[in-house]
Write a protein that binds this ligand. Structure first.
Ligand code: PLP
Length: 394
């Protein structure tokens, strides 16, 4: 039987979904290999026991049935309060749809804004699921490159060049994979282009609690932007709740109303005990968020210190998020080829920059998700390998 064109082409013409090296590393681990994994954005700690206890207590109290499709009123209220306080934009529960994770929020937000065949812009380098998410709603993904030499901050002119006739623009700050935190100039440029070309702005802010330099500014807070911006948030990264699948979309109430209709037709809500656990997690305040973010700040410093001691690999110092990008072009290899050598020779798995688009080619992304000592050992061996490869290829 023939499947739909849409589902058959979700991966575009990519030969894999960007996870080829990751899958190879996982297959070797399954066969008993010892591999240091610096691949996925998955914390090396589990969800805090206080959150799990709240989840357990909620389930035992009987919060196990269908829950309200827009989300529990108290959680919508807590998310609205959080966004009001952190962005200065008045936000009410009517602006909030609870989703099973940020990924479902990205899909929902594009469903709300793009019709089949519409051009949907996104910034390259990008989080690996983006093009597939846009194709999943029938939109045509159009990449706008942000350059390594510009610190991976997207330029307004580059976006404007592709904006004619487009429907939406997807941005992500703090950024995965690059660690860029968009400055006010970048964000004002983005706001200007979306206004000039009447684009929806979809702002993926799932790393908003992981900022090492500068500050997180939500583009929704810029003048006249709240009406055209849909913010995607999540508790995955901020509260180490990746497996709980809890996130949200914040936007104009008339859009949120339609997202609730979409949820009726798809997810039919998020487990009530997960939402109550999320509510409890938010009530624990910024101390817990800082505690969860702290290891990534520390490990980023470890990587930068080690990279400073040699001159083959260049670090793009992450301003935020749980990753660091390394420019390995001086080895003469692509990110993919370098990643393969690293896996074969040193049993270290990283993500090749090519998994995140053209603009990150010749780079690799390290997820800072292993303990400090193992990370230090892995980066030292990575740099030594880069030195050997550079000598061989010079
Ligand atoms: N957006 C970005 C940039 C991400 O890196 C991720 C996960 O890694 C997500 C969204 C999705 O997160 P989740 O669906 O777990 O909330």
């Amino acid at each position: 039987m023939r499947q739909s064109h849409r589902i058959s082409t979700l991966n575009g013409d990519a030969k894999d979904d960007g996870w080829g090296l990751f899958n190879l590393a996982r297959a070797r681990i399954a066969q008993g290999a010892e591999i240091i994994e610096l691949t996925q954005g998955e914390h090396d700690i589990g969800t805090d026991a206080r959150i799990l206890e709240a989840m357990h207590a909620s389930a035992m109290r009987g919060v196990t049935g269908y829950s309200p499709v827009p989300g529990l009123p108290k959680l919508r209220e807590a998310v609205a309060k959080r966004l009001s306080e952190r962005t200065g934009v008045a936000t009410t529960p009517d602006h909030v749809q609870i989703t099973p994770g940020g990924q479902a929020g990205l899909f929902a937000a594009h469903n709300a804004t793009c019709d089949p065949g519409d051009r949907a812009l996104y910034i390259d380098p990008y989080y690996a699921t983006y093009p597939g998410t846009l194709r999943a709603v029938g939109a045509v993904p159009v990449a706008v490159e942000a350059r390594s030499r510009h610190g991976f901050q997207p330029r307004a002119e580059a976006i404007a060049e592709k904006a004619e006739g487009a429907k939406s623009l997807l941005v992500n700050t703090p950024n995965n994979p690059t660690g860029a935190v968009y400055g006010i100039e970048t964000l004002e440029g983005i706001a200007r282009v979306t206004q000039d070309h009447d684009l929806w702005l979809i702002s993926d802010e799932v790393y908003d609690t992981q900022v090492w330099e500068g500050e997180h500014i939500s583009p929704r807070a810029l003048p006249d932007m709240a009406e055209r911006t849909l913010v995607v948030g999540s508790m995955s990264k901020s509260h180490a709740m990746t497996g709980s699948r809890l996130g949200w979309v914040v936007g104009p109430p008339e859009v949120i109303q339609n997202l609730t209709f979409l949820a009726n037709a798809t997810t039919y809500g998020v487990a009530g005990f997960v939402q109550e656990a999320g509510l409890h997690a938010l009530s624990l305040g910024v101390d817990l968020e800082e505690e969860i973010a702290a290891p990534f700040r520390r490990r980023r410093a470890i990587v930068l210190r080690l990279v400073e001691g040699q001159n083959v690999v260049r670090a793009i110092p992450a301003q935020g998020a749980m990753y660091t990008m390394l420019d390995i072009r001086a080895t003469g290899l692509s990110g993919e080829a370098f990643g393969r050598e690293l896996l074969d020779q040193e049993a270290i798995a990283v993500m090749p920059g090519e998994s995140f688009g053209h603009a990150a080619a010749g780079h690799i992304r390290l997820a800072l998700t292993t303990d400090d000592a193992r990370l230090e050992d892995a980066v030292a061996r990575l740099l030594a390998l880069a030195g050997r490869l550079a000598d061989r290829n010079s």
